[in-house]
Design a protein around this ligand. Structure first.
Ligand code: ADE
Length: 230
């Protein structure tokens, strides 16, 4: 079983590469793909660059070129649910695209014909995450993640996304990775640690907490890999 671990930014996969220790690397379509063994599991690891297009390309490459049979995403997100504080972990139950808008044709936000507003993550992987959280004595929130090609640093936009999609957190890649994995029938899982509250202080908070929150998320993902290798 080959598992893909992806992030969007270098900071999101550096702790993972550090943990696996030895790896080989290969350049493809403007990204570097790292291959390694960890806890008896074959891994392909990459960061996509920020946004829906780059992340769709990377997820697709990991599956179609590198043969990944499951995909785990590790990274940071802006919190919408007021229960979520910096460093807290969100496990996506389903994802949507908050910036997908053909409402002019009578469709709901986030919908295009042939698609769906929400795509669910793999239940087995979510359950493994809950048992890992339990063993780490860590609380995680299961919830909806909204994705868009936009760094949200605005209370009004954040609240609109929260109410329109009942979203708990927002980021810029999960929804597009979900589309790719769903289309290719690959079980996937999206984990995010909160770096900011998507409000007027978001860019400062993001810069201050990107590294520590990315590490939180990566540590959790590697515990999941250990569990998947058992
Ligand atoms: N990822 C982390 N924080 C974010 C924010 N405020 N907006 C979009 N993506 C994010």
């Amino acid at each position: 079983m080959k598992i893909a671990i992806m992030g969007a930014m270098p900071e999101e996969i550096e702790p993972i590469l550090k943990k696996v220790g030895q790896y080989t690397s290969q350049e493809y379509a403007g990204n570097t793909y790292y291959e390694a063994q960890y806890a008896g599991v074959e891994l392909v690891i990459a960061y996509s660059k920020i946004g829906k297009v780059f992340s769709a390309l990377t997820a697709s490459t990991m599956i179609q070129k590198f043969g990944a049979q499951q995909l785990l995403f590790s990274g940071v997100a802006g919190g919408i649910n007021p229960k979520l504080k910096v460093g807290d972990i969100v496990v996506a139950t389903k994802l949507c695209q908050h910036d997908l808008d053909i409402t002019a044709f009578g469709h709901p936000y986030g919908f295009v014909p042939g698609g769906a507003v929400y795509i669910e993550t793999d239940k087995r992987l979510c359950n493994i995450a809950l048992s890992v959280a339990n063993s780490m004595n860590k609380k995680v929130l299961e919830g909806v993640i909204a994705t868009g090609d936009q760094f949200v640093a605005n209370e009004e936009r954040k609240n609109w996304i929260g109410t329109t999609f009942e979203a708990d957190a927002l980021e810029m890649e999960g929804g597009s990775v979900a589309v790719v994995c769903n289309a290719l029938d690959i079980p996937f899982f999206i984990l995010r640690a909160i770096s900011d509250a998507a409000d007027m202080d978001a860019s400062f908070s993001f810069d201050a907490f990107l590294e520590s929150s990315a590490e939180e998320s990566a540590e959790f993902i590697m515990k999941m890999v250990e569990e998947l290798g058992r």
